[in-house]
Design a protein around this ligand. Structure first.
Ligand code: NAI
Length: 351
C-alpha cells in the first residue's frame, strides 16, 4: 500500500527532539513501524502541489489538524485508490466527510488522544484573559511598571459564570478543572448529560441562548460541522454579556472572523483567546493577529509531547488493523461504510 503522511516541518528542532513525533522529520514513528512490512511511506510537508501529485496512486492519507491538508471533494475525486484517511489528533473537519463517504473511504481520528492537553490549555486561556496576563507580561518586556493600567482590567475568576458549549470529552475535562475555582458553570450540548453526570461535574444544562446571555466566560468545545460553522455569528457574539470573554480551542471557523474583530474593537467583548484559526497556518495579515485584547497562539494545544505520543500510538494501531484486514476501533471511526458514524459529527448529513 502507498501511505502518504502530510505533516509540518520541524527542521533542526525535530532532529534534536525525537519525541516531536508530529513533525515530518519524525513522521509519527511510522518509518520504523512500517520498515520491512512492504509498504511505501511518503512524508510530505507541502499540502497542496506535492500532495496533489501523489493523490492518483495513494491508498492511505494521514493528516493532522495542526497542519491540515484540506482534503476537499475535488482532491478526493483525484484519489481513486484512497481507502483510508487518518487524522493524527482530533477534529476531521479538514476532510470533506460527505465526499469521503460517497467514495466509501473510511475516516478515523485518534479520539481522546489530546483531550487533557486541550482542557489544560482552555483553563490557561481563561486565566490569561480574566487576569489580564498578556498586557502585564508585555509591560515587563517593555521595561515598564504601570500597575493601574493592568489592574484596571484584572479580575478574579471566582464567582464568575462560565459557559461551556459542547460538553464532550474536552468540555467535561474543562469542567472538572474549573470546579476548583468556585465558578458557576452552565453548559449547552446537542446531547444533554444525565442528571447524575451534571451533579458530579457541577454544571447545569441551559439553552445556547441563555448560556450566551448569562456567562462571563464562554469556552467552545464542539467539532466544526455544518451546524457549528459560523455558530458565533455577529448576532450571537453581540448577545454575549458586555465585557465577557470568549475562548475557542475548537475550530476557528466556529467564530465569525469579522464580527469578532468588531466586538473587540467596540469593547463589547473584553477578550478572546484560543489556538485555532481559519485557514491554517493563519496568513500574516489574518485580522485576529492584530485585534485588541486577544491572547491567540498558533494551533498547538492538542500537540504537547505527551499528546503526540498518544496519537502516534493511535495511528499505528489504526494502520496495523487496516493493513491486517481487522476492524478499526469503533470509537475512532468518523466515516465508515459510506456514512458518518460518529455521534459527535452527527448532523443532517447530505452527500
Ligand atoms: P467530543 O466528540 O468528545 O465532544 C464534542 C461535543 O460537542 C459532543 O458532546 C457533541 O455532542 C457536541 N456537539 C457537536 N455538535 C454540536 C452542536 N451543533 N451543538 C452543540 N453541541 C454539539 O470531542 P472532543 O474530544 O471534546 O473534541 C471537540 C473538538 O475540539 C474537536 O472536534 C476538535 O475540533 C477540537 N479539538 C481541538 C484541539 C486543539 O488542539 N485545539 C485538539 C483536540 C480537539
Amino acid at each position: 500500500m502507498k501511505i502518504v503522511a502530510v505533516l509540518y516541518s520541524g527542521g533542526e528542532i525535530a532532529k534534536r527532539t525525537p519525541t516531536l513525533l508530529g513533525s515530518a522529520e519524525n513522521a509519527l514513528g511510522l518509518r520504523e513501524f512500517l520498515a520491512g512490512k512492504g509498504h511505501e511511506l511518503i512524508v510530505l510537508t507541502d499540502k497542496e502541489t506535492e500532495l496533489d501529485k501523489h493523490l492518483p496512486s495513494t491508498d492511505i492519507i494521514i493528516t493532522t489538524p495542526f497542519w491540515p491538508a484540506y482534503l476537499t471533494k475535488e482532491r478526493i475525486s483525484h484519489a481513486p485508490n484512497l481507502k483510508l484517511i487518518l487524522t493524527a489528533g482530533i477534529g476531521s473537519d479538514h476532510i470533506d466527510l460527505g465526499a469521503a463517504a460517497a467514495s466509501k473511504i473510511t475516516v478515523a481520528e485518534i479520539t481522546g488522544s489530546n483531550v487533557v492537553s486541550v482542557a489544560e490549555q482552555v483553563v490557561m486561556h481563561i486565566l490569561a484573559l480574566v487576569r489580564n496576563y498578556i498586557p502585564a507580561y508585555n509591560q515587563v518586556l517593555e521595561g515598564r511598571w504601570d500597575i493601574a493600567e493592568i489592574a484596571a482590567r484584572a479580575h478574579d475568576l471566582e464567582d464568575k459564570t462560565v459557559g461551556i458549549i459542547g460538553m464532550g470529552r474536552i468540555g467535561q475535562r474543562v469542567c472538572e478543572r474549573l470546579k476548583a475555582f468556585n465558578v458557576k458553570m452552565l453548559y449547552y450540548d446537542q446531547f444533554p448529560l444525565r442528571t447524575v453526570e451534571e451533579q458530579v461535574l457541577g454544571a447545569r444544562f441551559t439553552s445556547r441562548e441563555q448560556l450566551v446571555e448569562q456567562s462571563d466566560v464562554i469556552t467552545i468545545n464542539t467539532p466544526l460541522t455544518p451546524e457549528t460553522d459560523g455558530m458565533f455569528d455577529r448576532n450571537l457574539i453581540f448577545r454575549m454579556k458586555k465585557g465577557a470573554y470568549l475562548v475557542n480551542t475548537a475550530r476557528g471557523k466556529i467564530v465569525d472572523t469579522a464580527a469578532l474583530v468588531e466586538a473587540l474593537e467596540v469593547g463589547h467583548l473584553a477578550g478572546y483567546a484560543g489556538d485555532v484559526w481559519y485557514p491554517q497556518p493563519a496568513p500574516k495579515d489574518h485580522p485576529w493577529r492584530h485585534m485588541p485584547n486577544h491572547a491567540m497562539v498558533p494551533h498547538y494545544s492538542g500537540t504537547t509531547l505527551e499528546a503526540q505520543a498518544r496519537y502516534s500510538n493511535g495511528i499505528k494501531d489504526c494502520l496495523s488493523r487496516f493493513l491486517e484486514n481487522r476492524p478499526l476501533e469503533q470509537q475512532y471511526l468518523i466515516v465508515d461504510g459510506g456514512k458518518v458514524v460518529s455521534a459527535s459529527y452527527s448532523y443532517a448529513f447530505k452527500t
